[in-house]
Write a protein that binds this ligand. Sequence first.
Ligand code: PEP
Ligand code: MG
Length: 576
Amino acid sequence: MIKLKGIAAASGISIGLAFKLGKEEFVIPKDAINKDDIAVQIQLFEEALIKTRREIIELQKRISTEMGQEEAQIFDAHLLVLEDRMLIEEVISRLKREHLNVAYIFSEVLKKYISVFSKIEDEYLKERIADINDVGKRILRHLLGKERRAISASGEKMIIVAHDLSPSDTAAMHKQNVAAFVTDVGGKTSHTAIMAKALEIPAVVGVEGVTAKVNPNDTLIVDGSSGIVIINPDKDTLRAYGKEKEKLRGVTEGFYSAKDLPAVTTDGKTVEINGNIEFPEEVPSVKLHGGHGIGLYRTEFFYMNRKDLPTEEEHYQAYKYVAEEMKPHPVIIRTLDLGGDKFLSQFNIPREMQPFLGWRAIRFCLARPDIFKLQLRAILRASVHGDLKLMYPMISGLEELRQANKILEEAKDELKKKKVPFNNDIQVGTMIEVPSAAMTADILAKETDFFSIGTNDLIQYSLAVDRANEKVAYLYDPAHPAVLRLIKNIIEAAHSNNIRVGMCGEMAGEPHLALVLLGLGLDEFSMPAQVIPELKYIIRALSFKQAKEISDGALRLSTGKEVESFTKAKLKEILK
Ligand code: PEP
Ligand code: MG
């Protein structure tokens, strides 16, 4: 039994078998063969091609029913690689000439292809490298007799153990049988962790060296609430965690009792508790957990795991669906926020030294008004179907807000000219997630309809801590006095200018800190759906007066640790 500690990223306990998701590398033997064996080797190669073809068609069928035809089309390019005459003939002629095993020859031909394609200055051909690589590995696996084990093939939920998972890897697992995630790297508010929460899958990230310590099919316990991962637990530990899991279920059920009641304090102050979503498919979960509306719809996930760009019609249909489903409650659509840890294959974004400080979010959109305006038009068109609002990510100052609004006006004019209906008074908000925006919130408040505080970024920028880096995760502290002061400043600036202020960063769903946010006067809290019942339960358990005392007390403290223990103690008293 080995016990490891990482960063608790998505709560819940899972017990199951490990599935290692690696950068599959093969050791390919180089064996001489007899002249007589050439025919056998050719037959092996043909069989591997047939098996691979079958495998891809199966995969394509599954993706088509689970995710849609367009996603399935990605595999057309893979099938074309299998039919490449030049590649096949080169393997066969080298086999006849060199008398070496087919797996070795095929891997050599594959390497040559990849190296030739890499040198060609053609983006389309460059992209094909990934397809060739993927198909090549499948063929090799068959040649070497290794069957690919699909995550869900065993029918049992598996625990994914990987060095790292990109947000798009995580999003792609959406429908698969995953019981938990464990990664070597990553931070609490990395988008991989956020996706795990959205999928309600327990996750522990930043567990140094976990991939080296876990073997396939090891039994694992993943405690996403405390950040503990146990490899091959003994019987007593298994029993203890089984009990803990049951207890957790009991506590959760307690919180659920209040989920459909309004989020109102004992002295009558009402706040809005909303859900964060990445996909329209998450809307039912927000409703099920008692969310009032959607406080953050991260639209960039719409661009992931596909090779083309979504059309205006596709954007429109998705937003219309969410607006209608949530009607009459509000839905805040956040415009495209790519970059940072969210890379999209469709855009040729050069690798940057500091992607979180680089060409991301609104900066990208202002540089690519074609892409931005297409999305804005779709949001405007969908605005007639419910209470849609929009907001811009990563605004760092007034000029950016004005530039974004100018493009919005152009989008409105285009629709007016075509007599397409939209809500001309759609509310336009600003995310406050850059310290410069937090410090000039009084200026921004005069030209925006509402604020939404993005603490995931605000914390990383104000404390200079990469949100996705486990090495500095100990410094990533929402309770830091600097963060609390910035939030106080933002809320006061909003209220002095008569606009509402919400928070859609993960901090809004941290129960002990929510007490402080409530006391500071936050109007709206938006969080992953699964946290909503607990937050509602807490808000209904205290008075606004009490919350104000807690926030006053917290703001007098000098360190994040002090704030954390003070607020946790207060929460315990309230829940008693
Ligand atoms: C944030 O930064 O707090 C936020 C909500 O946006 P994201 O996590 O998508 O960067
Ligand atoms: Mg952000």
